[in-house]
Design a protein around this ligand. Structure first.
Ligand code: IMP
Ligand code: MG
Length: 178
């Protein structure tokens, strides 16, 4: 399995960072019953590991959206493939994301969820690429700012592969024809 140039975020890095983020979330949302919204499929790992560090009154729900197809560039068009089961009226919502790249998905998602009458909608993202920093989106909790290389692992895929890796690694450009 020599498909990666290097591991940029290790299993240990992730674990320690999630401890920090969870502590901030517990403080910021003290006494509130938060709805964690995960974006399938990439956020599955970060959701599972973050949610287990949060109070058991917190709930989880899932959305599936598509902005990428199977390639490595955002198409700019976001479609809902699976919507939430939960009514957001009056809820404190925390979107749990794997990575913010162009920010297109998140920008769209924030507008969409805010229009449903939530009390608050914030974002926790494990990874953020440089391009996203320039987009005017307020991301409350960010794990790691990483270079703009295409990365895989810990939920992130290339053509549905590599999601199961316990770390985040840079995929060799040869693998995706880059
Ligand atoms: P954005 O709309 O460009 O911010 O991209 C959002 C989604 O694209 C993420 O939730 C990921 O599913 C996917 N994505 C962006 N960058 C990468 C990457 O480096 N590897 C794998 N998936 C990525
Ligand atoms: Mg993806």
């Amino acid at each position: 399995m020599d498909d990666f140039t290097k591991v940029i975020v290790s299993e240990n890095d992730i674990s320690r960072k999630l401890d920090d983020i969870a502590e901030q979330i517990r403080t910021d949302y003290a006494g509130k019953d938060v709805l964690l919204v995960g974006v399938l499929k990439g956020a599955v790992m970060v959701m599972a590991d973050l949610a287990r560090r949060l109070p058991p009154s917190f709930q989880m729900d899932w959305m599936a959206v598509s902005s990428y197809g199977s390639g490595t560039k955002s198409s700019g068009v976001v479609r809902i493939l699976k919507d939430l089961d939960t009514d957001l009226t009056g809820r404190d919502v925390l979107i749990v994301e794997d990575i913010i790249d162009s920010g297109i998905t998140l920008h769209w998602l924030l507008n969409n969820l805010r229009s449903r009458g939530a009390n608050s909608v914030e974002v926790a993202a494990l990874l953020r690429k440089p391009e996203a920093v320039q987009v005017d989106i307020d991301v409350q909790y960010v794990g790691f700012d990483i270079p703009s290389d295409f990365v895989v692992g810990y939920g992130l895929d290339y053509a549905e592969k590599y999601r199961t890796l316990p770390f985040v690694a840079i995929l060799k450009p040869e693998v995706y024809g880059g």
